[in-house]
Design a protein around this ligand. Sequence first.
Ligand SMILES: Cc1ncc(COP(=O)(O)O)c(C=O)c1O
Length: 455
Amino acid sequence: MDQHATDLLTRAAQSEEEAELDADARTWLDLRAGVASVWSRYTDLVVERGQGSWIETIHGHRYLDYTSGIGVTSTGHAHPRVSAAIADQAAQIIHAQQNILYHKPGLKLHELLPRRFPSLPEGESARLFLSNSGAEAIEAAVKLAKAATRRPVIVAFRGGFHGRTHGTMALTSSGIRIRGHFEPLPGSVHHVPYPYRLRNPTGRSAEAALAFTLSSLDELFATMVYPDDVAAFLVEPILGEGGYVVPPDGFLPALREIADRHGILLIVDEVQAGYGRTGRFFASEWTGVTPDIVVMAKGIASGMPLSGILARGDLLDAFGPGAHGGTYGGNAVACAAAVATLEVIDEEGLIAAAERQGQRLLGGLRSVTDGRRHVAELRGRGLMVGIEFADTETLAPRPDLAKALLHEAFEHRLLLLTCGTWSQVARIIPPLVTTDDEVDLAVRVIGDALEAIGA
Ligand SMILES: Cc1ncc(COP(=O)(O)O)c(C=O)c1O
């Protein structure tokens, strides 16, 4: 066959392949219409695969994924070690229900995870209960606090996000769309302001923000609730959905002290900030505070649905057998992924990496945000970083700029999210495995995007 004929055949084969790919792609794109519209969407991409910090679409386009599936894929997409653990376990047994059987990866996790309880005093121990989602673990924590104290009230903090189930949406106050139109909500939940320096009505210092929170709590106890009716404080160590707000250092210690004074339990919701993301295994470790109950999900199993609570001492025994549970909690494949995740975090030094890369990211972002008119604050800890857009004089939120930044970044194949009550914060959540080059690339893209949107 002459060269011309070969070329023609090759081209025909190629266009057949392209046509096939297009038809295939068209099918997948069309099928998106069947997905419930309650899922508010960031992109219309259909993904084929992911590796490390990158995802690849069915069109073969690669994107740097600095959403990490909302802070879940901390060990990166499809970490070989985690994927292998999942495959191996799936070949052994997938579902060994907790009421009926014990399974090896579950037992291993019950041995390993309680050792990570934050700032546990020498000689004390902790115990683990496993479930599937963050909201489900919050339900467990709140029920446990009520069972242990026999008190009815939960005090949560304004801007906090704790889930979307019927119970947890009453605890959530990060944005109206979560709970608006669903009244009446489950009762006996009170909210006081989170110490949010930038938006604190009595001044922008850390001291003023903390004082405002504590005086609001005093006021709550003086006007609406006796402290001895309060079962627990429920608090995020760093506000997640509410805007990536790092509280003043004294916040958790002050809550601990008030809780101890009144026999109130301290539940720390580490679902978004925990599991190495801030440069400590749990974010509350930055404060040295020992919580009573720790709630975890997201990064715990690198993307397999798994969540849990760690409870100090014998607290978990306040649940009588059957008082809580669930069909899937502690699924064997999810537990195998969780054990592999812990091994990867330790062996690859991912907690120290998160702190190091977080400093690189914050430093880089500082250089591209400094002096910008509408960047009200750049903040974060470790690989949990937010850029808040607002009018710097009036602090009127500028969600339009956060959205425009996301759009520009997307055009340059960088995936980001927003957060904050008005979606006015660009949220940057790289996986813990991200590299220097990826961080620098993201900073460059964000810098160019800020320029392009005139922020
Ligand atoms: C701090 C926090 N708590 C709880 C939840 C609820 O987790 P899930 O979406 O797995 O129910 C989230 C989810 O974003 C969260 O960020």
